[in-house]
Design a protein around this ligand. Structure first.
Ligand SMILES: [Zn+2]
Length: 432
């Protein structure tokens, strides 16, 4: 080998040494949440290489001179997943959803809407939510664009799994729009006109590289629904491309029909008969309960100019939603955590999303079960359980740490996020 070549070889080796050292580090976890087994392990070390977890083991795997981040005082978890977000839509508590949709489409430029959406998306990282399923109300595929911009590093944000426009029957969720202006609805929803159109709509969405299909099984207060045949056509076409379908449903009838049609998930499901829950359990259809906690509702109605103490129906709301959640769990339906919090209550979108954890806790779910719904189960029902919502060899290095005792002081601990890593990159390190 000529000297020149030796020198080049040495240079490459040294460059590689520096590179590999910079991209490898060890997280020393005092406690680690094993989301697959739903248990807390003690004293684990996570070896992160580039954007993936290379190994998890006991402290013996630590080499000499390792770059270590000391999380021994904290509990380390997979980055959380919010399975139901709308980062391109925000309304004030006193605003009407349909009116706000019209004004968003007519008074907010696509560019401004996208930039605002990007800012909201960024806030999820600070909250420890490293993945979101963004389910529509995002114009014409702005969610797909933001996902790609984040993935290529143009802007910072969580992993986005994007649905593109929601598929719905005439009028979509924009109730009250006059016949003369239905073209506005087409800027926000994909209106399905027939079984053949349903199949084509899925192909259009897949052509735009969506990750998931979102449909409206009902559109209340716009009182029309997709037919079972249309939903079946959507589900079969989507499944033939390996894409899952999740259905907005408020009434029991639409949830039943969506389940018959074979959807993978039901969003909201505010009214669900036992027979529907049993069908969901049998067909392995998950439920994303999008309830809010008492403190969220208090903030919401106070900002809307109402005194929450005078709203006697609120207690009834909490009782009913909690009762339904517990009935779903008893029936064997998988709960996947999702917030649907698009109302601005003067905290960031990401912080607002975390309210789902508090709501499930207030409804009686156990802390670890809530965490599993916001990690492993959410990923599993999306066929991503080897990549996200889990800490294991080969999964993405989406890792957070919280300060406190998860089982004894759940909500305060989950609020106290001290470390956030997504894709191997650290976004928050507040360990003092
Ligand atoms: Zn929603």
């Amino acid at each position: 080998m000529k000297p020149f070549h030796s020198f080049t070889f040495l240079l490459i080796c040294c460059t590689f040494c520096v590179f590999s050292q910079e991209n490898e580090l060890y997280l020393q976890a005092g406690s680690l949440y094993d989301s697959e087994r739903n248990t807390i392990l003690k004293n684990r070390v996570i070896h992160v290489k580039d954007n993936k977890i290379f190994q998890i083991g006991s402290p013996e795997i630590l080499p000499e001179n390792a770059v270590i981040i000391d999380l021994s005082e904290f509990t380390v978890l997979p980055g959380l997943i919010d399975a139901h977000t709308h980062v391109f839509f925000s309304q004030e508590p006193q605003e009407d959803f349909a009116e706000k949709s019209v004004s968003t489409l007519t008074l907010e430029s696509t560019a401004l809407r996208t930039l605002r959406g990007a800012k909201r998306a960024r806030s999820y990282l600070d909250a420890g939510i490293t993945s979101i399923k963004d389910l529509g109300n995002s114009g014409l595929f702005l969610d797909v664009a933001l996902r790609d911009a984040i993935n290529e590093g143009t802007v910072e944000g969580p992993r986005i799994f994007a649905s593109g426009p929601i598929m719905a029957a005439a009028g979509g969720q924009m109730y009250g729009v006059s016949h003369d202006h239905q073209e506005l609805v087409n800027l926000e929803y994909r209106i399905i006109e027939s079984v053949a159109d349903a199949k084509n709509a899925v192909r259009e969405h897949i052509n735009q590289n969506v990750d998931i299909i979102k449909i409206c099984a009902d559109n209340l207060p716009n009182n029309i629904r997709l037919t079972v045949e249309e939903m079946k056509a959507i589900v079969e076409t989507a499944h033939s491309y390996g894409i899952t379908v999740t259905a907005h449903s408020v009434t029991n009838q639409s949830a039943w029909e969506a389940a018959i049609a074979g959807v993978d998930g039901i969003e909201h499901g505010f009214i669900l008969a036992d027979s529907t829950l049993n069908l969901m359990a049998k067909k392995n259809i998950y439920l994303v309960p999008t309830e809010n906690s008492r403190s969220y509702m208090n903030a919401y109605y106070t900002l809307a100019g109402r005194n929450p103490a005078e709203l006697s129906w609120l207690d009834n709301y909490f009782n009913k939603s909690g009762e339904r959640l517990n009935r779903a769990i008893k029936s064997g339906v998988t709960i996947v955590a999702g917030s649907d919090n698009y109302t601005y209550i003067q905290i960031s979108a990401g912080a607002s999303s975390k309210d789902m954890l508090r709501a499930y806790y207030e409804a009686g779910m156990e802390p670890l079960d809530i965490l599993q719904s916001a990690t492993f189960l959410s990923a599993k029902h999306f066929k991503k359980e080897k990549e996200i919502g889990i800490l294991q060899e080969g999964s993405f290095a989406d890792i957070i740490a919280v300060k406190g005792d998860i089982e004894k002081d759940f909500y305060n601990t989950m609020e106290n996020v001290v470390f956030v890593m997504k894709d191997g990159k650290i976004y928050l390190e507040d360990l003092d």
